[in-house]
Each structure stands twice: as C-alpha cells, then as structure tokens.
Design a protein around this ligand. Sequence first.
Ligand code: GLU
Length: 552
Amino acid sequence: MTAWETLAKVMFPDVEKTPDDYEKQYPPRDLPEGARVVRIAPSPTGFLHLGVFFTAMVNRLTADVSRGVFFFRLEDTDKKREVEGGAADILEGMNTYGLSIDEGFVAPGEIHGEYGPYQQSKRAVIYHTYAKSLVEQGLAYPCFCTEDARAAARQQQEAEKARTGYYGPYAICRNLTPEQAIEKIQNGEPYVVRLRAPGDPERRIKFTDLIKGTIEMPENDEDLVLLKSDGIPTYHFAHAVDDHLMRTTLVIRGDEWISSVPKHIQLFSLLGFKAPKFAHVSPIMKEDNGGKRKLSKRHDPEAAMHFYAEQGYPKESVLEYLMTIANSDFEDWRRTHPDDDRSSFPFNLKKMSVSGALFDMNKLNDVSKNVISRMTAEEVSQKVLAWAEKYDSAFYNLLVKDKNFTTGIFNIDRENAKPRKDLAKWSDARDYTAYFFEETFEPTVELPETVSSEDAKAIINAYLAANVPTEDKQVWFEAVKALCPALGFSPDVKAYKQNPDAFKGHVGDVSTVLRLAVTGRRNTPDLCAIMNLLGSDRVKARLTAFSDSLTN
Ligand code: GLU
C-alpha cells in the first residue's frame, strides 16, 4: 500500500466501495443518437424564482427537441441556507406550470429513476468514495489551514498584489507528506479536502458554450476545496460526481457558473470522466433608470413565480411570454402559427440571448391579453372564479352568486373574430366587472362636454319611454337612432359633421349619456349587451337615478 493509499484509508475509514462499483451501478444511458440528458439542480433556499423556472423551461425544451431526458436533482448540501418546504415549493411551481420532469424529483415527495439518490444530502458516501480515490492517487490532499490562517494569507496576497486563493506557493498543505497529514488527523486536527490542481494559468483552456460560443480562460491552478471539514461536498465536486454518474450530457445552468468551467473541466478530467457540454443561460434583466440590471430576487416582486399566480396571470401567458425571452423569433412564429401548440416551435439554444433578455411587463401584458382573448367566456369565468376564491374573497362572493351572470359578463364582445383585449390578468377582472354588480357599481354625474343636463335628462326620458329591446344590437341601435331627431341630435355622425350647427350633437353623444348612466364609464364593451345582461329593471333604475342626480 502506498503512503497516499494509507492516508486515504485514514481519511475515509467507512468507504467500502470503489468508483468502479458506481460506474457499474450507473451505466451509460441507452438513448437514441443525439438525445440530450439535461437537468435542473436547484437548492431549496427559498421559493421558486423566475430565473430557476426559466432555466428549467430551457432544459425541458432542450430535452424535447432532442427526445432526451430532463431530470431534477435537489442540491441540498447547504443546510444553513435551506428553507423548509423550499423543495416542495419549487416542484409545485414547476408542476403548476405543466413543466414535466422525467426523472428524479418529479413532484413533491415523488421520485423516479435509476440514477439516484437525486438528493445530494443522501449521496455522502458516493462523494467520499471519489474523494478517497483522488487521495489515493495523490490528486487530492487534506488541508489543515484554519480560517485565521486563510484570512492572514489573503491579506498577505492583497499586500503583495497577488491573486488571492489557495494555489502555488500559497497552497501550504500541498507540501505535507502523507505521514505528516496522518499525524495531524490522528491529533484530531480538522481539515478540508483539496484538489491538487495541475493547471498552469499561463496556459488557456478553450471550450464551446452552446449559448455563448467559444470561450477561452486560463487553466485552473487553485487547489479548490472538494469536501468541507464536515465531509459535505462543495458545489464543484458534487457537480462533477453527480453529473457524471447521472450521465448528464449537457449542463444548462445560470451563467454565474461560467467562470468556474476551467475548474469543472479539470475536475472531470482528473476524476477520469468525460466532461459534459455546457450552456450558460444569461440572467433575465430589467430596465432601471435607462440602464440594465439583473432582476433582483430581493427587490423585484416579479422575480418570484408566486407573483404571477397572485396577480392572476394565466399559466399559458407566462409560458408564452417566457418563450419570447428564450428565443426572440418565437413572436414571429406565433404570428404565423396562431393556433399551434408551443411544443411545435423549433426551439434552439443557439438563439438565446448572450447578454441577457429584458423582462418587459408591458409585453407580458400584451401577450397575456392575446392569450385571454382566445379563451371562451366559460373558461375565463371559471379561471377568474378560481383566482378570486384564492386571492380576493369579496370579489369571489360577487361572482359566485350567479355564475351564469358572471359568464355573461365575460361573453360580451368575446367569441367573435375580433375579441376585445381588456384583460391581461385575472386581477384586472375586478375593475372590468365592477359596474355589473350593485355592490361595486360607481355612479357618475359626468356628462359629455357638449351635452347639457337638460338634454341628458331628455335623452334618458326618451329612452325610458321608448322601451327599447336589448336582445339584438342592430335593432337596439336603430331604436336609439330613431330617438335622435326629436331630441335635436343627428342620428347620423356624418350628417352631423357636415352641418354641426344644425344639431345639438349626434347619436354618439346620446349613447355616451346612456353609457355613463348605466355603467358610470365612458368606455365599455358593447352597451346593448351590457344592458341586456343587467336586465331592464336595473337599467331603468340606474337611468332614473342618473337623471335624478343631474342638476338643472
Ligand atoms: N445548485 C446550483 C444552483 O442553484 C445548481 C447549478 C447547476 O445547475 O449546476 O445554482
């Protein structure tokens, strides 16, 4: 047994298996040519963030276009930052948006697949087996430097204007003999395990990022920590071991990791693994004071997926919008394929933004208005009810009293060739429907500038007296026009414009008075349909009250 092998045994007395055992336990996957194995590997440190969801979506799309596999691994090694229920929140969020996961954690508490455990806290023995093997080969070593010693070294490096870090002459424990290390361990000195990094920073490594293109960086010479003093792996080490054993072929992750790629490629190589391909996703950006900055988890409510549910954005809208961020030509495709399923869009990693796409709330609203305008009244009604039940009980109570009436509201100007686009999210329905309910109707005393109180009263009296039927829009409008001449208004807008002095106004003014009286608003969907839904009693009451409120 070599001295390094003896040291490895002292460091890892409990390890019984060898890397070979794991190679056999997790054989390469039997997949068709070109199929990519991708994954999302979140840490349960809070609720589901837009960035994580977006990266998961990009992974899903990549798996789909290559007929590959998308799995979920939980990176729960940082117990200090872990939030209770964090993993469930992430999974529920993904499930809610219909983002299906093939393997690993597929739903809260539900795990499938042959390449597990899919939870890093359950993989300690695997990491230790690989760390042991590196020590046996002299490729890793225990480092006994204390926090204080590290801080002092950093200060010295700063004073010398040297690069900070544990490398070259600063990597003190690198020079311990296995015997010296064993003695320290037997004295009970705590230690971390470091890689003996063979890189030369004068040399450069080159790799191709599937989103960002060819990248060149100096080789890594930093003796990075593989295992912390409690035996828990660092991200770098766990990433190499897990993505190898889970047979990931393409790592799609946030671009905060891009500067670590030289470390990762080196690790894969020293461990005897074939490195996966990489694609680093740029963060979603936000416009701020004319500049661009990363969407902030702390300061921007829209960075949390909960925000969209609370505001009542349909899932469809969020997914459609994120597609426009993922591949900017999605919008053109959507214009030419209005009714196609999103999954037939030819998604391509190479078309992703290198600098970071801008999050644009107005665009989300526009996309969502289109999505909602394509829904049936029944669908809108159901979704608004479901949203209100959860987020606005007063509104829910109004809507649920008479579901047919509620559906009737959303049916106005819908299900035709040019549906209105008033709603971007379910919370907009509160204001949109307010005048349909006595509880939330806000009467007004406003009149069009050109119409006097007297004329307004005359219009309302004439309308009430005429008992105009509201079943048919055309019939209704003809009847309103017919009231005009006696009131001194032109039934025809063109005729009025040709000779404005001959009239008090035109039929548009007449209907505006009626609209203001019945809805309290100047702009609404089709007034005849509104009156028809409200029913003649309520319409009469509102018209009368409006007329009464007008001062002479
Ligand atoms: N747990 C890492 C993170 O949340 C995963 C990065 C990766 O996908 O490899 O940033």
